[in-house]
Each structure stands twice: as structure tokens, then as C-alpha cells.
Design a protein around this ligand. Structure first.
Ligand SMILES: [Zn+2]
Length: 136
């Protein structure tokens, strides 16, 4: 498929590398993400689990938080690479969509891939009614 943002291809490669670095000894669900910002910075994130299972952090949120802590700019593309869930491509969970909305806004392009199939959607399409302080 043709991705709506040409930077998404690079982001997918970075997300794949981040997936390889995922720390998932409990679920073995290795997932990686990469965010491209309005300054063309690429910030990766990996799923990181813990023996205290509730402390696991999604790859997308790790990447999104990284854009703030590295002052990388506003997220414009969020790419994720993960195994499929229930036979379908894995998209960000609700918590990650909420964080993505806060930092990237409703036009954020989200690209989901399992390494062979890739799909894309705008955040507004995936989560049209989440709380948001800005303009939709
Ligand atoms: Zn999540």
C-alpha cells in the first residue's frame, strides 16, 4: 500500500529495530514503535515488561514519551511493528491512543505492520471521541 507520509517507511524500519530490542520475557509479544516528529526526528520505543506485570510499558508510549524527553517536536507519524492480535494487525491500545492524541493531535498518522502487511489510519479515525484539549 502507498503510505500517506513518505517518512513512514523509515519509521517502520526503526520500529522493526525497536521491536528486536523489546524486553518481553513474559508475553514474548515483541513490539516496537517509532515516532516521526515535525522536525523529522525519529524516536524509537520498545515494549518493556516487568516481573510485576502491570508495570509493562507499550512500545508506542515509550516512543511518544521519548519525543518529550528529547525535545524532538510534535509527533506526526507513529509506526508500530508487532505480531498480529486475534488474527488482525495490532493497533495501539486505548491508553496509547490517548497519549498520542495529547502529543500528536487527531491528524497523527498511525501505521501498523506485522512485518509483511501494513495498514494506516489517522488517529481521528481510530479514536474519534477521546478527551482532547485542542482543536479537532
Ligand atoms: Zn498501548
Amino acid at each position: 500500500m502507498k503510505l500517506e507520509d513518505p517518512r513512514a517507511e523509515e519509521a517502520l524500519k526503526d520500529a522493526e529495530q525497536a521491536r528486536e530490542r523489546a524486553y518481553a520475557p513474559y508475553s514474548h509479544f515483541k513490539m516496537g514503535a517509532a515516532v516521526v516528529t515535525d522536525r523529522n526526528a525519529v524516536v524509537p520505543g520498545s515494549l518493556i515488561e516487568n516481573v510485576s506485570l502491570g508495570l509493562a510499558m507499550c512500545a508506542e508510549r515509550a516512543a511518544l514519551f521519548g519525543t518529550v524527553s528529547t525535545d524532538a517536536g510534535k509527533p506526526e507519524v507513529l509506526a508500530i511493528v508487532a505480531p498480529r492480535t486475534g488474527g488482525e494487525l495490532t493497533w495501539p491500545c486505548g491508553a496509547c491512543l490517548q497519549v498520542a492524541l495529547e502529543l500528536g493531535g487527531p491528524d497523527l498518522l498511525i501505521v501498523a505492520s506485522d512485518g509483511s502487511q501494513t495498514e494506516q489510519a489517522r488517529l481521528r479515525e481510530l479514536a474519534p471521541n477521546l478527551p482532547f484539549k485542542g482543536e479537532r
